[in-house]
Design a protein around this ligand. Structure first.
Ligand SMILES: [Zn+2]
Length: 250
């Protein structure tokens, strides 16, 4: 928490919650370094704390059960020293298979491990200014995947924002996320093709709706003020999901 300003800003109560979640996370996850990278306790803790930040107020309320509820489908965390080149294959409309390489700063696989690179994790305090955070990005994908669909919509609680039924809740979520994504995508295209103003948030969010969700989560958790001024409707939506009003105990 001393390393990252966005964790220092948490209240003492929130820091206690984050400690409980991180302890549970470290107990249940296994870290593997690649290319000779030795994962120290401090490195594992840095990743645990950032991975658990989105869980602070998520159900179930009995911490630290949220770790299993949301991140229970995998054990391994693979840590590369730096970004990696991944071999990719894609077929175009003509049926031609193209092989290419993609630079990855991290990856989250359904029912599989999460990969991040230490270079980016180590400078997460600096890059928070740009709203960038590789750990939160990959774990946001895990939240998105939890309901079996990778669509930019995490598993929403019953009655989310007064909706009736899960389909209505999802429609409400996407009804706010999608227009924000379309507008952002247009801004990125104008910036890249016509020299328009480069958007503040990571342009990678223009890739697809799930990537937009993950990129928006990064910005929301490490640079909330700026994020809220850029995406007010989305910020309120995220507040409703990530910081639901605490139920009063009967
Ligand atoms: Zn992603």
């Amino acid at each position: 928490m001393r390393t990252y300003r966005f964790l220092q800003e948490l209240s003492p109560d929130e820091q206690d919650r984050l400690r409980a979640l991180s302890g549970e996370f470290l107990e249940r996850k296994e870290f593997h370094g690649t290319q000779g990278l030795e994962v120290t306790d401090a490195m594992a803790l840095a990743i645990a704390a950032q991975a658990c930040l989105p869980l602070l107020y998520l159900d179930p309320q009995e911490l630290p059960l949220a770790v299993q509820a949301w991140y229970g489908d995998f054990v391994g965390i693979v840590l590369h020293p730096d970004e990696v080149l991944a071999d990719r294959e894609a077929m175009d409309e003509a049926g031609v298979v193209h092989r290419y390489q993609e630079v990855l700063s991290g990856e989250a696989m359904e029912q599989g491990p999460v990969m991040v690179n230490w270079h980016d994790v180590a400078r997460a305090d600096d890059t928070a200014q740009e709203g960038y955070n590789v750990v939160i990005h990959e774990f946001a994908h895990k939240l998105d995947m939890r309901n079996g669909q990778i669509d930019g919509c995490p598993a929403l609680p019953r009655g989310f924002l007064g909706t009736r039924g899960l389909a209505a809740a999802r429609a409400h979520w996407l009804g706010i996320l999608n227009p924000a994504y379309e507008a952002f995508r247009e801004q990125v295209i104008i910036a890249e093709r016509f020299g328009g103003e480069i958007p503040w948030m990571d342009a990678y969010g223009a890739e697809s709706l799930p990537e937009f969700f993950a990129v928006a989560c990064e910005a929301y958790f490490v640079q909330r003020e700026r994020f809220t001024s850029e995406f007010p409707a989305l910020s309120s939506l995220f507040d409703a999901f990530f910081r639901p009003a605490q139920p009063s105990h009967a």
